[in-house]
Write a protein that binds this ligand. Sequence first.
Ligand SMILES: C[S@@+](CC[C@H](N)C(=O)[O-])C[C@H]1O[C@@H](n2cnc3c(N)ncnc32)[C@H](O)[C@@H]1O
Length: 202
Amino acid sequence: MINVIGLGPGNTDYITKLGEKLIQNSDVVIGGKRNLESIVDFEGEKIEISSNLKEIVEYINNNKHKQISVIASGDPLIYGIGRYLSKNIDKEDLNIVSGISSLQYIFSKVHIDMNDLYITSSHGKTPDFDYVLSHKKVCMVTDKIIGPKEICKQILDRNLEKTIVVGENLSYDNERITIGSPEDILNLEDFDMCVVVILDKN
Ligand SMILES: C[S@@+](CC[C@H](N)C(=O)[O-])C[C@H]1O[C@@H](n2cnc3c(N)ncnc32)[C@H](O)[C@@H]1O
């Protein structure tokens, strides 16, 4: 069985008990560098994922007799590896264990419900900002190119009234949550790894 396990936003306190148990019972754990570093108690084989997703799937398909866990940050099916693996590995071999997403985490921190939320990402693409900003409540996972400042410029270009929440390094010791207008956010220093919540002002 291949487990795909969501680790939560980063701090190991947020891993589910089931996820933790499956990892401990695995022969092999596959994951990105940051995620592999977080499972300190696991003594089996670790394989790092860089951009070699095809090779990872080949490895998994050739080693089905092993207990393999692929670990992913947050929830694997929210802009994570879960999508690729569910398309490339037989359903009956796959066990996906959801985790607490960085998106869920930021909403609980600012006490705002996630009802009717539009979820999107700027990873490796330019979002359609007319469409994104037409929603009352948005959460975007971001990359280094399109982050909080670019989003705020897009809002100001359209003369929209929005409130922005930037959640950086969520659940880590250096977590920082900033709430402000697009103008406020543009006046700040650059941001670390973050999710951005965009809310209609009313
Ligand atoms: C490939 S996506 C993975 C999202 C993940 N599956 C989830 O559910 O949180 C990576 C992006 O998620 C966001 N992210 C993940 N963990 C984060 C954290 N601890 N703090 C802030 N943002 C985080 C950042 O926007 C980061 O660039």
